[in-house]
Design a protein around this ligand. Structure first.
Ligand SMILES: [Zn+2]
Length: 189
């Protein structure tokens, strides 16, 4: 590989990481709001035209995935349902709904932080983004800032388990405490 090519490649890696960092910031906002931390950014000709995060609980809507919200926003911004000159950066491999919307919007390129082996539809469970039977296929790059993206998700679910455990322990302590209190009053009587 020539020097020029490797420099161009380095620049591309830098660009990808820059936008993935933005998507990560969105994912962190979701975590703070007790939503599964997934963030997304859409870039059009070098300009960020949409960024958002998962808001499923807040909106009480299954449609409020980061990618769907960003696609909606991007379509509004460029006044077209086709996102033909856009690149999507998303911290977690898209689900079947979002992958479907990405294909429908003809997004040419998707950059993914970490894969989702149990539910991802960009190669894990199925690869909706690259079905030869459909008229549109998406260029997919995976593993951009993978550690950060994956750590955020793992931490969120670990904290959730800790919270549940703590809640259970507190509830048990309350029940036990309540029982002994009752005994105390009986003793006094
Ligand atoms: Zn989704």
């Amino acid at each position: 590989m020539g020097l020029k090519e490797s420099m161009a490649e380095k620049k591309e890696i830098k660009t990808r990481e820059k936008y993935m960092k933005m998507a990560l910031k969105e994912a962190e906002k979701a975590a703070k709001a007790n939503e599964v931390p997934i963030g997304c950014v859409i870039v059009h000709n070098g300009k960020v035209i949409a960024k958002d995060h998962n808001r499923r609980n807040k909106d009480k809507s299954v449609l409020s995935h980061a990618e769907i919200l960003c696609i909606g926003e991007a379509c509004k911004k460029i006044k077209d349902w086709r996102l033909e000159e856009c690149t999507m950066y998303v911290t977690l491999e898209p689900c079947q709904m979002c992958a479907g919307a990405i294909v429908q919007a003809r997004v040419p390129e998707v950059v993914i932080g970490t894969m989702n082996p149990k539910a991802g539809c960009a190669g894990s469970v199925i690869n909706i983004l690259q079905m030869p039977q459909f008229t549109h296929q998406v260029d997919v790059t995976t593993g951009v800032l993978e550690e950060e993206c994956s750590a955020l998700i793992s931490k969120f679910f670990a904290d959730l388990r800790d919270e549940k455990r703590q809640f259970r322990e507190e509830a048990e302590a309350e029940i036990n405490g309540g029982v002994s209190k009752e005994k105390d009053t009986e003793d006094q009587e």
